[in-house]
Ligand binder design. Structure first.
Ligand code: MG
Length: 251
C-alpha cells in the first residue's frame, strides 16, 4: 500500500497511490482504508506531508558513523528529541534559511508514521502500530545546535521537517534499504537502514515507554554520516530504496 496526502479542492485528502492514479479515501487511513470513489491523476496533484502529527519525535546519533563524525562515541541509549509540528513541510516545499543561522545542514532519514495510539508498546508488536515509512530531512541549524547545548531551536525552525513524498508499508527497513542524500545532484550521504543501532521496533518501545504516540504522529530514526551545509538556492533530495525521493529547495 502506498499512501499519499494531496491537495484536492483546497482540502488535504488522503489517497491510495496506484500506478498513475490517486484513489481518494473517505477519511483518514488510521481506521482502515475506505475509498470515496473519487480518482485523481497523480501528475496533477500537489502533495502534502503524509502525516497528521501531534508531534515529531526524532532520534539523534543512531548510525555509528554519524555519532563518530559529530566528535563523540555511540550513545549508550537512544537520544530522543522533538521537532515542532510547525516545522513539518511537504515534498517540493521550500526550506527557509533562517536569518539567525550561518550553518544549515541536511540530515536524510528514514521516518515512520503511527497507525494507532501507541503506549508502552513492545518491540515484538511494533509492526501493528506503523502505518508506513517515508523519507524525512531533519534540517538542522548546526551553529545554533552547538551554541544552545540542546537542540530545540536548531531543529525547530518552520519548514525544517520535510517528509514524503509517499508513505508505504511495502518495505522492511530491518533488511537494509539504501538511503542517500543528494545536494544539487551530488551524493553526500549513503548508508543502509539495517545499520540503525536501534532499529524501528526498538525505537517504538523506547519512545512509548515514555510518551503516548497518536495516529499520524511521526518518528524519524536518525541520519547516517556525511552531514553538511546547504545554501540558499540549493536543491536537496533524500532517496530511500522502495519509498521514493523527497525533494526540497532552500530559499
Ligand atoms: Mg537527525
Amino acid at each position: 500500500m502506498r499512501l499519499v496526502k494531496i491537495w484536492h479542492n483546497e482540502n488535504a485528502r488522503w489517497g491510495l497511490l496506484e500506478d498513475d492514479k490517486v484513489k481518494l479515501l473517505a477519511g483518514t487511513p488510521y481506521e482502515g482504508i475506505v475509498l470515496s470513489g473519487e480518482v485523481v491523476p497523480f501528475e496533477e496533484t500537489k502533495l502534502e506531508a503524509p502525516c497528521d502529527a501531534t508531534k515529531v519525535v526524532a532520534i539523534g546519533k543512531n548510525y555509528y558513523d554519524h555519532a563518530v563524525e559529530l566528535g563523540g562515541q555511540a550513545p549508550a541509549q537512544p537520544i530522543i528529541f522533538m521537532k515542532p509540528t510547525t516545522s513539518v513541510n511537504r515534498h517540493l516545499g521550500e526550506i527557509e534559511y533562517p536569518e539567525i543561522s550561518d550553518r544549515v545542514d541536511y540530515e536524510g532519514e528514514l521516518a515512520f508514521v503511527i497507525k494507532k495510539t501507541a503506549r508502552k508498546v513492545k518491540a515484538a508488536d511494533a509492526k501493528d502500530y506503523i502505518l508506513g515509512y517515508t523519507c524525512l530531512n531533519d534540517v538542522t541549524a548546526r551553529d545554533l545546535q552547538q551554541l544552545d547545548g540542546q537542540w530545540i531551536r536548531a531543529k525547530g525552525f518552520d519548514t525544517f521537517c520535510p517528509l514524503g513524498p509517499v508513505l508505504t508499508d511495502e518495505v522492511e527497513p530491518e533488511k537494509g534499504l539504501r538511503i542517500q542524500t543528494f545536494l544539487n545532484g551530488e551524493l553526500k550521504q549513503e548508508s543502509t537502514t539495517d545499520k540503525l543501532m536501534w532499529p524501528v521496533a526498538e525505537l517504538l518501545e523506547f519512545i512509548t515507554a515514555c510518551m503516548t504516540l497518536y495516529p499520524g504522529d511521526v518518528v524519524t530514526t536518525g541520519t547516517p554520516a556525511g552531514i553538511g551545509p546547504m545554501q540558499k538556492g540549493d536543491v536537496v533530495e533524500v532517496v530511500i530504496e522502495g519509498i521514493g525521493k523527497l525533494i526540497n529547495r532552500i530559499v
